[in-house]
Design a binder for this molecule. Structure first.
Ligand SMILES: [Zn+2]
Length: 378
C-alpha cells in the first residue's frame, strides 16, 4: 500500500513539475503578445504581479470623454485599467473641478487591454493600477481624434536649464492637482519631476500630510503618474514597499540637484550583454490565462455613459487656442494647421476632421455625444 501511495505521490509531483515547466517555457515575446490584444479579458477583475512585471484580468476601459476628462492618444488603446483606477480617475476629475477649479483632466496612458509590458514607453503600467495625467489643463472644447494624437503635453521646465521650473507654465493649479491626487487613501505614490517636487516642497502652504507620496523621478515634467495600492484581498498583486515616513523634501531630493562629479575617463568599454527579450513565461503564470481568456464585449463605452463635457458651453476651461500657443513641438499637417484652433467652440469638433475619416486613419469620434443614461437614484 505504501508503495502504491509513493508512486501516486511521485506521479502527482511530476505532473506539477511538467505543468510548471510548460508555463515557464511560454517563449512568446511578452511585449508583442500583450501589445496585440485589443480587448480586455472576460474574467473577474484582478491585477496580477508587480507594476513593472505583470498583467491585468478583467480590465475596464475609461470612456474617452467624461464630464471632466478627455483621453489623449486614443490610437494607443491604453485606456484600460482595473475598476479601482477607472473610478479613481473619475473621482479625481470631479473633485479637482469642484474643489480646486481645475478645468478637467487630460488622461495619458493607463494600461493595455490585458496589461503586460509595452512595445514602447513605460517600464510599469502593466497591471492596471498606474495612470499618467497631463499637467496641461483640459481645453474647453472636445478634442477631435486627430488633435488627441497630435497635441503635445506642456513641459513645466525651462528649456535648456537643469531641473528648473518655468513659471510661465507652472501655476498654483498644477500644485493643487498633484497634492489632491496624493491625498486619496488608495494612492500609494505620485511620480513627478524632481524640479516639481522641489517647487512643491518650497511653495506648498496647504496640508503637507501627503507630501511624502509625491516622489521625484526623471521625466514626468509634462505629466504626473499616479500609482494605486494593490487592492485588499488580491494575493496575486505584488505590493510595492511603503514609502519612508516624512515629506521627502530633505537630502534625498537634494541629491538630484547636487553637482555631479566629473566622470572618470574609462578604458575601452565592453559592450553590455544584450538583454534577453522578456517572454510570457517570465511573467506570473496567471498571465497566460489572461492571454487565453475570451474577450469581454467590445463595447467601446464599456457600460459607462458618455456625458457631454460640462464645460463645453461655459467659460470654464482653457480655450484650445491657449493650449495651442504652448505647442512648440507640434508638427501639424496642413489639415491641422488650417483648422488651427477655431475660436468658436462649436466649430472645433468638426473643423479638423479629415474629409474621409476612414481613409485618414484617425479615430473618428461620433458627431454627437450620446445623451448620458441617467438612472434615478433611490
Ligand atoms: Zn507613467
Amino acid at each position: 500500500m505504501n508503495l502504491f501511495r509513493t508512486v501516486a505521490l511521485l506521479a502527482a509531483t511530476l505532473a506539477t513539475v511538467a505543468t510548471d515547466a510548460a508555463l515557464a517555457s511560454d517563449n512568446r515575446p511578452a511585449k508583442a503578445t500583450f501589445g496585440a490584444m485589443t480587448l480586455g479579458s472576460s474574467q473577474e477583475s484582478q491585477p496580477i504581479g508587480f507594476y513593472a512585471k505583470g498583467c491585468q484580468a478583467g480590465a475596464m476601459q475609461l470612456p474617452y470623454d467624461g464630464p471632466n476628462w478627455q483621453v489623449m492618444r486614443l490610437e494607443r488603446n491604453r485606456r484600460w485599467g482595473q475598476p479601482q483606477m477607472i473610478s479613481f480617475i473619475q473621482q479625481l476629475s470631479r473633485d479637482a473641478a469642484a474643489r480646486d477649479g481645475w478645468p478637467g483632466l487630460l488622461i495619458g496612458d493607463i494600461s493595455q487591454p490585458r496589461g503586460g509590458p509595452m512595445v514602447n514607453g513605460h517600464a510599469s503600467h502593466q497591471i492596471g493600477l498606474d495612470a499618467d495625467i497631463w499637467l496641461s489643463p483640459m481645453p474647453r472644447q472636445r478634442l477631435t481624434g486627430q488633435q488627441r494624437e497630435q497635441l503635445s503635453s506642456i513641459t513645466m521646465l525651462k528649456k535648456g536649464e537643469y531641473l528648473t521650473i518655468d513659471n510661465r507654465n507652472w501655476t498654483e493649479g498644477q500644485a493643487r492637482l498633484i497634492m489632491r491626487a496624493a491625498s486619496y487613501p488608495q494612492v500609494q505614490r505620485v511620480f513627478v519631476n524632481p524640479a516639481i517636487k522641489k517647487k512643491l516642497c518650497e511653495t506648498w502652504r496647504g496640508d503637507r500630510t501627503f507630501m511624502g507620496k509625491v516622489r521625484p523621478i526623471g521625466g514626468h515634467d509634462s505629466h504626473f503618474h499616479v500609482r494605486l495600492y494593490c487592492p485588499a484581498g488580491v494575493p496575486n498583486c505584488k505590493a510595492q514597499p511603503e514609502i519612508q515616513p516624512g515629506d521627502g523634501c530633505g537630502k534625498d531630493l537634494d541629491a538630484w540637484f547636487a553637482p555631479r562629479p566629473a566622470r572618470k575617463p574609462t578604458s575601452p568599454i565592453k559592450p553590455p550583454p544584450k538583454p534577453r527579450i522578456m517572454t510570457v513565461g517570465d511573467l506570473p503564470p496567471a498571465c497566460q490565462s489572461v492571454l487565453s481568456a475570451s474577450s469581454r464585449r467590445g463595447d467601446d463605452n464599456m457600460g459607462m455613459p458618455y456625458a457631454p463635457l460640462a464645460s463645453a458651453d461655459s467659460s470654464v476651461g482653457t480655450p484650445i487656442t491657449m493650449l495651442a500657443a504652448y505647442q512648440e513641438k507640434m508638427t501639424a499637417p496642413a489639415a491641422m494647421a488650417t483648422a488651427a484652433m477655431p475660436s468658436e467652440p462649436a466649430a472645433v469638433a468638426t473643423a479638423a476632421e479629415p474629409q474621409n475619416p476612414a481613409a485618414a486613419g484617425w479615430i473618428a469620434l461620433p458627431d454627437k455625444v450620446p445623451v448620458p443614461r441617467v438612472r434615478p437614484v433611490y
